[in-house]
Design a protein around this ligand. Structure first.
Ligand code: FRU
Length: 467
């Protein structure tokens, strides 16, 4: 890798250059998974936001396309979602060629500077050419601001009511809660409910919600509400919590008051799910920004900043009577695997991009260490019910004081197997195929050369991963 490309991942999505944060507006259409993202093309730090754009046929290899949505006189283009308006309810396309409608936040930076509170509004744009070009709706904004400073990140989903009617529901992050809005046409929105003030973690502002209908292992319908929070995450800085409950007529009722996190590592933020997946594909697919607002803008990459996590399939699991969200690596990632290398206690890593897979010995404790010739190491363990990734001595960390740390997550049930995805500057740990997940950035001064399985592993293998 050239000096400018050190730490560029092989198989995680990164923008060719410039700054990236949240994933936005993901939808599937005609064989393509679309991924948009918060993007500032001119520097490697946050700035006037655009929606960058990439497509993939398999969720694994991504092609970056030209910027989709540019800032305009109403403001920067902040996070949001996109839907395929199949019945042309918006009238922005035709029944034969339904429009794709993006719903996003306008952030008026001038308005913010001038001290007003109403600088965030919601706007829409549409595409009738498979997402290649976008036209802003002439009557934006479609949802004006009622005088609240944090009023953003609309996630729109279509709901089928019991009487057979369809309704667009927007979930919007509003300071310390979410608000639900309903619309027949994506253009006219009315508020139908709110949730959150007395529930969940509140160490920071709520951002980037998502509302999902899912099924429990016993086949019961449940609603899952994802909510990113910054700061106030379990490892400091930003993280994504979720609620499980029921949703009806704008009222979200959580099953309990437990606080749940989708990923217990420090580096998975603002993740949301894909819209319009094919009927035969019943999956719930998620991707997150693989960073943290604590240090996202100062990590030691040169020509670009930030990668996305690997795409993950979400499902509900029942652990000793408690429902939790599992995040498994999408099965398409197996296509990247090259011939497996069986591991001994200590094995050489063939490249920076590998998947480690291990069956554990039933003792519910494990330890493995990645190291390089400089004596840097990344230590992954489970001990006394705590899963931990320790990057204290794992390479560059002087860019921010919180970076060098060990992060731990409670796991009361047994660890049976591990999948660990390593790339140039990240580790994603999936215990029991994603019943517990930790995602962590790491910047070794030389790539990891060796993996040592010190404890708890019955059998393990290394898959070098194709670029
Ligand atoms: C989350 C976030 C969103 C906002 C966007 C701006 O990381 O702060 O709330 O829309 O980033 O880039």
């Amino acid at each position: 890798a050239s000096e400018n490309e050190t730490y560029r991942p092989d198989y995680h999505f990164t923008p060719a250059s410039g700054w990236m944060n949240d994933p936005n507006g993901m939808f599937y259409l005609d064989g393509e998974y679309h991924l948009f993202f918060q993007h500032y093309p001119d520097t490697t730090v946050w700035g006037p936001m655009h929606w960058g754009h990439a497509v993939s046929k398999d969720l694994v290899s991504w092609e970056e396309l030209p910027i989709a949505i540019f800032p305009d006189s109403l403001g920067y283009i902040f996070s949001g979602s996109a839907v395929v308006d199949r019945e042309n309810s918006s009238g922005l396309g035709t029944k034969e060629n339904p429009p794709i409608v993006a719903i996003y936040t306008y952030h008026d930076a001038e308005g913010e500077k001038s001290g007003s509170n109403d600088f965030q509004t919601q706007g829409i744009a549409f595409s009738t050419d498979r997402g290649r070009t976008w036209t802003k709706y002439a009557e934006n904004p479609v949802l004006p601001n009622p005088g609240i400073r944090d009023f953003r990140d609309p996630k729109v989903t279509q709901i089928l009511n019991s009487d057979g009617s369809k309704e667009w529901i927007m979930t919007l992050a509003v300071q310390d809660h979410v608000q639900f809005y309903s619309s027949p046409d994506l253009k006219n929105w009315s508020k139908i409910g709110a949730f959150g003030q007395n529930f969940g973690a509140h160490g920071g502002v709520w951002e980037c919600p998502d509302l999902l209908k899912m099924q429990t292992p016993s086949g019961e319908d449940k609603w899952v509400l994802l909510l990113s929070i910054n700061p106030g995450g379990p490892q400091k800085g930003s993280a994504t919590q979720y609620f499980i409950g029921d949703f009806d007529g704008g009222i979200f009722t959580p099953d309990d008051k437990m606080i749940r996190w989708i990923d217990y590592g420090p580096d998975n933020y603002a993740g949301v799910t894909w819209a319009n997946l094919p009927q035969k594909d019943k999956r719930t697919l998620f991707i997150g920004w693989m960073s943290n607002w604590l240090y996202g803008q100062v990590v030691p990459t040169k020509s670009w900043r930030s990668a996305m996590t690997v795409p993950r399939e979400l499902s509900l699991i029942d652990v000793d009577g408690v429902l939790l969200l599992k995040s498994a690596p999408v099965e398409e990632l197996e296509k990247l695997r090259q011939a497996a290398i069986e591991v001994d206690e200590s094995s050489k890593l063939p490249s920076q991009a590998v998947e480690l897979e291990a069956e554990l010995d039933g003792s519910d404790a494990f330890a493995l260490t990645l190291s390089n010739e400089l004596g840097e190491k990344l230590v992954i363990t489970k001990e006394a019910g705590l899963v931990s990734i320790d990057r204290t001595n794992a390479g560059k960390s002087d860019f921010q004081e919180d970076f060098a740390a060990a992060h731990a997550a409670p796991m009361s049930w047994k660890a049976e197997n591990l999948r660990i995805f390593l790339d140039a500057s990240s580790v994603e740990l999936f215990v029991n195929d994603g019943e517990l997940v930790m995602t962590s950035l790491v910047f070794p001064n030389s790539p990891w050369k060796t993996v040592e399985f010190q404890q708890g592993v019955k059998e393990g293998r290394i898959f070098p991963l194709k670029k």
